[in-house]
Design a binder for this molecule. Structure first.
Ligand code: AMP
Ligand code: GLY
Length: 427
């Protein structure tokens, strides 16, 4: 098979690494890619936003499957255009991608189908939103309806903060994404990321993970795209996975199908595990980053037939095998991230770092310049490791990081700390 992968992050490097290992793959292309993906795939200068150019490339190179990494091309309808051109593509159509593209859409779907989620209301005017905030009290959560690159959620600890968020969104602070907002109940519990592969009708549970969103140790400082992750999430016991599949994933799939928008692709549920069980915080219609990096390290089966089966509606009786090991990834970011950061700093000794047992290094924002690897983004590297325990995976990842020579970058030193505390306590 010939495959085209779209995207340029650590998620796409992990997917490329896994697909390149498949005996089914003849040629693997990636656009726009990065310096690490270039080791697994042929990088091509294609803009995923230019659907006609992507279709033309697929025809010329006889592409059998397009795998879309990020959400923006999905929400923009790239899969619809590829399918209309007769090209198989992994990911939801534009209508199905509303599960991520519109928080109001997803909340209404939950309400109509008794899917556990935070209580909420939708608003198109600041005055009504403010009244609601005052009636409900704080803490309360204010969310822009549309895609806002991770900046669309404000967890307000006071009514004043919530009112400020409402004003910011309706004043156009997030552009069109904030023209409509959702205000919802603050949920208490432990967060987990859960992934299911869907073929329109059937969902197969993939694995769970937990990520660290704050930039500094101890989960302090501003939010980021994610500073590290590990899999499995200890809170996702077999019973909690079963409840998530039965109470959240399956009714979502049934509702999307009944609406005439069957969901195909990977469904990423951001969950809050509350005293009452799992509740949906939000859906993403793509693989998580950095969760995918640890999922791919734990996946024993070939990924490619699973993606094809999801596209073809053939997931019935499909079985995926996983290593029982834990996997952990530490993100290395450029100094200054998530604020303004430096570009083009030189990274060396990556080959020595990759020699540590169980370690795999995935690139995110990197570019090659001759023999050198240069930083080319905020989140730059994912240093990943497998181990029998989260503690062992963590020790391996940090042993590799200590070999890397990159004065222009930093990382957290405590990724996985909650899971490791649990391992120590034996719970
Ligand atoms: P989202 O972009 O929807 O994943 O939200 C970003 C983060 O905000 C989540 O990972 C949670 O930590 C937090 N969050 C979102 N909604 C809620 C909620 N209803 N209750 C508590 N925390 C929330
Ligand atoms: N790690 C969270 C995300 O991919 O959105």
């Amino acid at each position: 098979m010939n495959i085209l992968l779209l995207g340029s992050g650590g998620r796409e490097h992990a997917l490329a690494w896994k697909m390149a290992a498949s005996p089914l793959v003849e040629r693997l292309y990636c656009a726009p890619g990065n310096a690490g993906i270039a080791r697994e795939a042929q990088i091509v200068p294609l803009d995923p936003g230019d659907h006609a150019a992507v279709i033309d490339f697929c025809r010329r190179k006889k592409i059998d499957l397009v795998v879309v990494g990020p959400e923006a091309p999905l929400v923009a309808g790239l899969v619809d255009d590829l399918e209309a051109a007769g090209i198989k593509a992994f990911g939801p159509t534009k209508a199905a991608a509303r599960l991520e593209g519109s928080k109001g859409f997803t909340k209404d779907l939950c309400r109509a189908n008794n899917i556990p989620t935070a209580a909420y209301e939708r608003f198109t005017s600041a005055a009504a939103a403010r009244d609601y905030v005052r009636r409900q009290g704080a803490p309360i959560v204010v969310k822009a309806d549309g895609l806002a690159a991770g900046k669309g959620v404000v967890v307000a600890e006071t009514i004043a903060q919530a009112e400020e968020a409402v004003a910011m969104m309706f004043d156009g602070g997030l552009g069109a994404a904030g023209a409509e907002i959702v205000i919802e109940e603050f949920l208490v519990g432990e967060e987990a990321s859960f992934f299911a592969l869907c073929d329109g009708k059937i969902a197969v549970a993939l694995a769970s993970a937990q990520d660290h969103k704050r930039v500094f140790d101890g989960d302090q400082g501003p939010n980021t795209g994610g500073m590290g992750a590990y899999s499995p999430a200890p809170v996702m016991t077999p019973q909690m996975v079963a409840r998530t599949m039965d109470e959240i994933i399956a009714p979502t799939l049934a509702a999307m199908r009944a609406m005439g928008n069957p969901y195909k692709g990977v469904l990423f549920a951001g969950l809050m595990i509350t005293a009452d069980g799992p509740k949906l915080i939000e859906y993403n219609v793509r693989f998580g980053d950095p969760e995918t990096q640890v999922l791919m390290l734990r996946l024993m089966s070939d990924l490619v037939p699973a993606l094809v089966a999801a596209c073809d509606g053939m997931l019935k009786n499909f079985d995926l095998r996983w290593y029982p090991d834990a996997a952990l990834t530490v993100v290395m970011a450029a100094n200054g991230y998530p604020g303004a950061y430096e570009k083009d700093s030189r990274i060396s000794k990556l080959a020595a770092a990759a020699q540590v047992e169980g370690v795999e290094i995935f690139h995110a924002g990197t570019k090659a310049c001759g023999e050198n690897i240069l930083a080319n983004g905020g989140r730059v590297l994912n240093v990943c490791a497998r181990g029998r325990t989260v503690a062992e995976a963590q020790a391996r990842a940090y042993a590799a990081i200590d070999r890397i020579d990159w004065p222009g970058g930093f990382c957290r030193r405590d990724i996985g700390f909650r899971a490791i505390e649990r391992e120590k306590a034996g719970t």
